[in-house]
Design a protein around this ligand. Sequence first.
Ligand SMILES: [Zn+2]
Length: 323
Amino acid sequence: MMNKTVIVGVDIGGTTVKIGFLQNSGDIIEKWEIPTNTANSGLSIVDDIWDAISQKAMALSISQAHILGIGVGAPGFIDSKTGYVYEAVNIGWKDVELAEQLSSKSGLPVFVENDANIAVLGENWLGAGKNSEDVIAITLGTGVGGGIIAGGKILNGVNGTAGEIGHITVDPNGYSCNCGRKGCLETLASATGFVRQAMNIIDTNTSSKLAERYRKNGTVTAKDIFELAQQGDMDSRGIITHTAEVIGLAISNLTMTLNPSKVLVGGGVSKAGDQLLEPIKQAFKKYALPRTFEACEVRIAELGNDAGIIGAASLVKNHTAKM
Ligand SMILES: [Zn+2]
């Protein structure tokens, strides 16, 4: 079908693995998803990924010789130099030689990064980052992820925890976090965190709009909160204002260490757009050093779910360009 080289981008998530065949330009030729099989400590995940890639390559008449390499984003703590996953709790992995396994199955070069980091790389390459040298990205999803590009390079730190923005402590006496600590940014600013704050109101004020919504739907979501806020509900507005304040404060602290030109806000919650972005910017302005604030643009991420596979492809592109 084609003579051009193809790059494979893989984004491993807790429920699905997103896979894409991309051109060198980052344009997506084909993308699809397979379920993440977390049974038996995620033992079959690497096989599943390679089976899916090789079947699709065959279906598209792409020969292995035309595949430049495989870039992978995996959740958890990762040694990106070796492609080793120390631990990825939500898919059951502990001490998995991911790059080594996938490379020996495929015969292709494999490069691995943390999933939040590949999303930042993708956004910075083809999305809202516009190839900036210094970027902070925050992903407000089920949890809160983050990634930092400093001087054009993604930061990993000494053992893979750099840019774990979701676990910045914002309230030492706050809610318990999945990481075992208390009051992490994630406990408030994730979709789960928004709902947690709504549930507090629902429990204490049964005549609130939020409680009404909860009774009607049997559940309440972050989307409900933004919707109700738009309709004038003060409780929902209060949740958004408070959370944006916390996020803006965290951003202002982060920017003091990096002095970035961009802060990118992505993830499902960021679909709220300006309704979330504006109060975040206000809080950021309030707390930041003016000079730091002036140089920094806060933007909503643009690539959505494709950021991961695009960033994973950029890993391959960047690494093989050096070879
Ligand atoms: Zn935490």
